[in-house]
Design a binder for this molecule. Structure first.
Ligand SMILES: [Zn+2]
Ligand SMILES: [Zn+2]
Length: 271
C-alpha cells in the first residue's frame, strides 16, 4: 500500500507547535512514502476576524530546509488547508497565486459559521441539548460547501473533512450523522466528481473511520474517482493514525487508488 498522509500541520498553523522537521522525522520512522504539510490559512480566523495573508516565505523556507534533510527517505510536499474560500474568493485566489508554483496541494475546508454567529469557528459553539442548532449547523456547512465546489473550483483540490461540524455536535452529546442529508451531499459529490476534484477521508487522528464508508459509497456512485487520505495531525505522534484502516474502507467502497497531488495535479497510486 502507498502510505501517504496529506493533511498535516506544523507550527505555521495557529493550533500547532510542531516543527516540520519533527513531523518529517516521525513520518520516516513510520515508513510513510509521502507527507504533505497543509498548514491553515482560514480567510476568517477562529474568532471570526478576516485574514488576508499567508506567510509563504516562512512556509517555503521551512519546506526547503526539511526537504533537504529528509530527501531520499520521504517524498515531502507543500500544501495548504485553505479555509472559508467562499468568504472572500478574490483573496483566496491571490493567496494561491502567491503560493504557486511550489504549491502541490490545496485542501478546501470550512471551520467557521459564515454570515452568522460572528463567523466564529464551530469549535466554540455549544450544541449541548440543542439538536435544532446542530441540524442548522450541518445545513449551513453543506450550503457553503456547495458554493465552494460550484463557484470556486480553482480554490481547492480535495474537499477536506465534510463531517467537520459533526466533530463538535457529537462532542456535545448529540448523535447526528450525514445519513439524513443524502441528497445535498450527493449533489456536492457529483459536482466534485464532474470537475475532477477529490474527496478527503479525514481520520481526525484516527478517531473517525466508520462514518466514512457510507460517504465513500455515495461518492463512488456519484462518479468520484479521486480520494485523498489525511490524519489531520497537529503533533508528530498523531501522524498516519487511521490511514491504513481508511485505505481498507476505500477498497471496500470500490476505489482502487489513493490520490496524492503534485503541483496541484492528481497522482493516483494503487492501494
Ligand atoms: Zn480543518
Ligand atoms: Zn487540518
Amino acid at each position: 500500500m502507498y502510505f501517504c498522509d496529506i493533511h498535516t500541520h506544523s507550527l505555521l498553523s495557529p493550533d500547532s507547535s510542531a516543527p516540520l522537521a519533527d513531523m518529517a522525522r516521525r513520518a520516516v520512522s513510520l515508513g510513510l512514502d509521502e507527507l504533505c504539510v497543509t498548514d491553515h490559512c482560514d480567510l476568517v480566523d477562529g474568532m471570526g476576524r478576516p485574514v488576508t495573508h499567508f506567510d509563504w516565505p516562512a512556509a517555503r523556507e521551512q519546506f526547503h530546509r526539511v526537504q533537504a534533510q529528509v530527501g531520499g527517505q520521504l517524498l515531502l510536499r507543500l500544501g495548504l488547508e485553505l479555509g472559508s474560500a467562499v468568504y472572500d474568493p478574490a483573496t483566496a485566489r491571490w493567496i494561491l497565486k502567491e503560493g504557486a508554483p511550489q504549491l502541490d496541494f490545496v485542501l478546501g475546508s470550512l471551520h467557521n459559521w459564515l454570515g452568522e454567529r460572528d463567523h466564529i469557528d464551530l469549535y466554540y459553539t455549544d450544541f449541548t441539548g440543542n439538536p435544532d442548532l446542530a441540524r442548522h449547523c450541518v445545513e449551513h456547512c453543506l450550503r457553503h460547501t456547495w458554493t465552494l465546489v460550484k463557484d470556486c473550483p480553482d480554490c481547492y483540490d480535495s474537499l477536506a473533512h465534510i463531517i467537520y461540524p459533526l466533530r463538535y455536535i457529537q462532542r456535545d452529546g448529540i448523535s447526528l450523522t450525514l445519513d439524513g442529508y443524502e441528497e445535498p451531499v450527493r449533489t456536492i459529490f457529483t459536482q466534485i466528481a464532474r470537475t475532477g476534484h477529490a474527496l478527503e477521508v479525514n481520520t481526525c487522528r484516527g478517531r473517525n473511520l466508520a462514518e466514512w464508508l457510507p460517504l465513500l459509497r455515495w461518492f463512488r456512485e456519484c462518479g468520484g474517482e479521486y480520494v485523498t487520505l489525511g490524519s489531520d495531525a497537529h503533533r508528530p505522534q498523531d501522524l498516519g493514525k487511521g490511514l491504513r484502516e481508511a485505505a481498507a474502507l476505500l477498497s471496500q467502497a470500490g476505489f482502487r487508488y489513493v490520490t496524492t497531488y503534485e503541483r496541484r495535479k492528481p497522482v493516483p497510486h494503487l492501494i
